[in-house]
Design a protein around this ligand. Structure first.
Ligand code: SAM
Length: 278
């Protein structure tokens, strides 16, 4: 009989969030595959767990997977953990889970902490949908392109971000989405936890004057989008010129993406409108 693959959630900062079941499973399995064994060692030591570990970080996912599948097929039970939170949520795990499923191995989730659900639980969202986008691209141009593709989506958008990129992330979000309501959750479950609902404009100015530390979850609420239904490209460009703080370049990107037309065509018309209004 093959063994089971357990996907075990671990705390995102506060060790009191470790579940009894996660502790028991990590004690009982034959092997723990950990994103970073040094990091997980601290958790195991705290909970007096002595199970053998192997590393399973992103660059090693493909090569380590076959070895783990062989061991599962031989009957060993294996637990996968990441550095924090739930494996597979913006963390390694997908390759192992998919191969295990193809091999007929049972995959058993051990639910627990995740920055995603912790932040959402404090956002006061109506029951319904949200879109989780994980980490956005590092480059401004690709990030803005992603934001543009999401700008007409009428559900809250959830992102993960690191402290060193949060400044450019919020700047780009403000440029593309305008001044939407945003919730940011920093250092969830840790000593300096901060969860605040504000607007993209206020958050941009806060971040430009303060050094931001700690990991973050950002939830951008949908816009009220009171712009008129576009009868023509000219009408919509005039609306943006008069009602939004977006730059000419950002308006062109957004309108081109929203309407599915070439940026150069939009730019030509926009330029005439912008010049007329000066
Ligand atoms: N698998 C994890 C989970 O379930 O939340 C996420 C792993 S991902 C590599 C790390 C990102 O999660 C961080 O950059 C941050 O965006 C978010 N994150 C993790 N811990 C957090 C915390 N304590 N507070 C706020 N965000 C956190």
């Amino acid at each position: 009989m093959p063994g089971n693959l357990y996907i075990v959630a671990t705390p995102i900062g506060n060790l009191e969030d470790m579940t009894h079941r996660a502790t028991r499973i990590l004690k009982e399995v034959d092997l723990i595959a950990a994103e970073d064994t040094r990091h997980t060692r601290k958790l195991l030591t705290h909970f007096n767990i002595h199970t053998h570990m192997v590393s399973y970080y992103r660059e090693k996912e493909a090569s380590r997977t076959d070895e783990l599948i062989d061991r599962l097929l031989e009957g060993e039970n294996i637990a996968l953990v990441s550095d924090a939170g739930t494996p597979g949520i913006s963390d390694p795990g997908a390759i192992l889970v998919n191969k295990a499923r193809w091999a007929g191995i049972s995959i058993i989730p051990i639910p627990g902490p995740s920055a995603l659900t912790a932040a959402l639980s404090c956002a006061g969202l109506e029951p319904g949908s949200f879109l989780f986008s994980g980490f956005g691209p590092a480059k401004t141009s690709s990030r803005k392109k992603l934001f543009e593709s999401l700008s007409t989506f009428s559900y809250p958008l959830v992102f993960y971000e690191s402290p060193h990129r949060i400044g450019s992330f919020i700047k780009d979000a403000h440029a593309v989405f305008g001044d939407r309501t945003v919730l940011w959750a920093r250092e969830i479950s840790k000593k300096y936890e901060e969860i605040e609902e504000t607007t993209l404009e206020l958050l941009e100015s806060k971040i430009s004057s303060e050094k931001i530390r700690g990991e973050l979850v950002i939830i951008i609420h949908p816009g009220s989008d009171d712009r008129p239904v576009a009868e023509s490209l000219e009408e919509i460009l005039v609306w943006y010129r008069e009602n939004s703080a977006l730059s000419l370049k950002d308006v062109c990107r957004k309108v081109a993406a929203d309407m599915g037309i070439g940026r150069s065509e939009v730019y030509k018309q926009a330029l005439t409108i912008w010049n007329k209004k000066q």
